[in-house]
Design a protein. Structure first.
Length: 308
């Protein structure tokens, strides 16, 4: 019932947006043509009437701001319309990310209440409920962190740390997240730098979650870490859906998702970019195209190296 209502509301919203877009584009085109026509007629009239050149210049000076101004208004309207569409996609994605673990949690609680289960089954259900709780917490924390990032709040606590140790700790704490993934670690154990370990956990979770989410079957993930001159290079590579070359930069924008067919909030890679930027680093994506997998590359300053 609610799903059908959501579909009808979504269809009405889409129809309304299309009608509004057609109307505004039509008005813009008519206004531009009218302004250009007036400018041309003014030039022709000035030439035929053999008037003072200053009158011609004044007319051109007055009409050009009208044309430029209406163009800028249309450009900003287009950006606002795109932002509104991204907002709608975000609401849809966040609703799914919040409701799915809640529904799963409720189902297992009701099962525990209604059925007699063995200790093994009960422990399995409780573990699943904990995992869903972690997933819900991660989603809500992501939203709060993005809000704090946008407001310029200090999120980070930098310490000198071994990066490989942090990666291994992340793997140990997220075994269930990656239980169906084939993960290969290729990390130099002697790399240290100044960073926020919790923030690096957020980066790794978002990247590995994306690798699992956008893989058609069991994900194959390679996490590599090495030092090159004065910088460390962290790479998370998968063999999943891949990204079209023209969209490699846009996937780091807020509310942007790889495809609308996959669930998600569209803030994961945005957070990754902001976190790495706060660490004075750089992040970018590489992919040969659809079905060719994705490689996320991260570089950060290397502030120290563990002694042998």
């Amino acid at each position: 019932m609610n799903g059908a209502l959501d579909l009808r509301c979504g269809a009405r919203y889409t129809c309304h947006m299309k009608r509004s877009a057609i109307a505004i584009i039509t008005i813009f085109v008519v206004c531009q043509l009218a302004a250009i026509a007036i400018l041309v007629l003014w030039i022709v009239w000035s030439a035929q009437a053999d008037t003072n050149a200053w009158w011609l210049i004044q007319g051109i000076i007055l009409m050009i701001p009208v044309i430029v101004g209406s163009t800028l208004i249309f450009v900003y309207w287009s950006k606002l319309r795109l932002l509104d569409a991204e907002r709608v996609n975000f609401i849809s994605g966040i609703s799914h990310e919040l409701l799915t673990p809640l529904a799963s949690f409720r189902m297992y609680v009701e099962t525990l209440q209604m059925r007699r289960l063995t200790d093994e089954q009960r422990q399995e259900f409780l573990q699943i409920m904990l995992d869903e709780s972690d997933r819900l917490t991660h989603t809500i924390s992501g939203i709060l962190n993005v809000s704090r990032i946008e407001r310029g709040k200090d999120l980070y606590h930098f310490v000198q740390a071994n990066v490989a140790d942090i990666i291994e700790q992340f793997m140990a704490e997220n075994q269930r997240l990656l239980q169906h993934a084939d993960v290969t670690l290729d990390c130099d154990p002697d790399i240290e730098t100044r960073l926020d370990p919790d923030a690096l956990h957020v980066v790794l979770r978002n990247l590995t979650e994306n690798a699992v989410r956008y893989s058609p079957s069991a994900a194959h993930i390679t996490i590599s870490l090495k030092a090159e001159k004065s910088r460390l290079i962290l790479c998370v590579e998968d063999k999943g859906d891949g990204v079209e070359p023209g969209k490699l930069k846009s996937i780091f924008k807020m509310f942007t998702r790889g495809t609308s067919s996959h669930p998600g909030t569209g803030i994961g890679l945005y957070m990754v970019k902001k976190i790495i930027k706060a660490h004075k680093g750089r992040v970018w994506a590489e992919s040969k195209g659809k079905g060719q997998g994705t490689r996320i590359m991260i570089t950060m300053p290397l502030t120290g190296k563990k002694e042998a």
